[in-house]
Design a protein around this ligand. Structure first.
Ligand code: SF4
Length: 331
């Protein structure tokens, strides 16, 4: 990622920032020396080396309370978060779009697909434009869904929000996600009622994610079933600014009590399996990032569930299909 330091400096000047905390994702950390040196000529800079999860996480208040502004690299703003300080987001976009052959999409023609919902993770917004044009040239009807307040762009997805898919799900035959790796695609297939095809720009392949997502869904139902025999439940609020859903957690506490369970409400910044093992709880309900229960269950000895999964376990809801926990807004 090439940083446009001039435009960063301009934004920092506009908000009259003097002291700035910078959050850098691991992949961009080698660039901190150059960035520190160039920004330090005009500003007082501190660099946070703490891991962070994205625009939902502006780090430790001990650090950000002491600065005028946060500079976060690699992510796009989550518009409906009330950040505690001004945050300058420097989005990471892949500068080079690889050669994408139309032959990749012939399979969709063969399946009789006519209308495609196009989505992308933020790095691939430019590649998604190229894909859109190719699909249209091939005669597909391409729709790009509207974003809710947690996403910045139409068509964009986060691992916890697929509103751009929901807004067009009735009008498309399938979805096509431009991304790399399975993270965003798995969430999309869990959340959306139609097949999601992942155009993986790492290896330039197109694959239907429904079969591998089915395996994940089976594992989630196994966790739900194990949780049905639980009594002591830790209901967890993650304190990260863009993951904090205390109101939801309090409703879940009431629902747990109504189901004759013994809940406790826990606040935590970083979920650790050891904490819950020490409490000897039977199950954890995690209201922070929904990807923690889905992707990290293997790290936990007890079932760790999302809110809709917990409601399914206590039979407070019954759905005809798996319901992905999506974050629309935080407290
Ligand atoms: S809550 Fe999870 S999926 Fe959503 S933006 Fe944060 S880290 Fe990503």
């Amino acid at each position: 990622m090439k940083l446009q330091t001039d435009s960063i400096i301009e934004k920092l000047r506009q908000i009259e920032a003097k002291k700035i905390m910078i959050q850098v994702p691991d992949g961009l950390k080698p660039g901190v020396f150059e960035l520190f040196n160039s920004l330090s000529k005009e500003f007082r800079i501190i660099i946070s080396s703490d891991p962070f999860f994205g625009a939902c996480d502006v780090g430790d208040s001990v650090l950000y309370n002491d600065v005028d502004c946060i500079l976060q690299l690699g992510h796009s703003e989550i518009p409906n978060i009330k950040y505690p300080k001004p945050v300058v987001f420097v989005e990471y976009k892949e500068e080079k779009v690889p050669e994408i052959s139309e032959s990749l999409f012939l399979e969709l023609k063969g399946k009789g697909i006519r209308s495609i919902g196009l989505m992308f993770s933020i790095q691939y917004v430019d590649a998604a434009e190229v894909v859109k044009e190719k699909l249209q040239n091939m005669g597909f009807n391409v729709l790009v869904g509207n974003n809710d307040g947690r996403l910045k762009y139409p068509g964009q997805v986060l691992g916890c929000n697929y509103s751009t898919g929901h807004s067009i799900q009735k009008d498309v035959d399938c979805f096509l996600l431009v991304s790399t790796g399975i993270f965003h695609g798995l969430g999309a297939q869990l959340a959306l009622p139609k097949d999601v095809y992942l155009l993986d720009l790492n290896d330039l392949t197109l694959r239907n994610l429904a079969p591998e997502t089915d395996r994940v869904i089976r594992r989630r139902y196994a966790a739900i079933e194990r949780a049905m025999n639980s009594r002591k439940i830790c209901i967890v609020v993650d304190t990260k600014i863009g993951q904090k859903r205390e109101k939801l957690a309090r409703v879940l506490v009431e629902q747990a009590r109504a189901a004759d369970l013994q809940p406790v409400l826990i606040y935590s910044n970083n979920a650790s399996p050891t904490d819950y093992e020490n409490m000897r709880c039977d199950a954890v309900v995690f209201t922070g990032c929904p990807r923690v229960p889905i992707d990290d269950q293997d790290r936990y000895s007890m079932p760790i569930l999302t809110a809709p999964e917990f409601r399914a376990a206590i039979k407070a809801r019954s759905d005809s299909r798996y319901v992905m926990d999506e974050i629309v807004a935080t407290d």
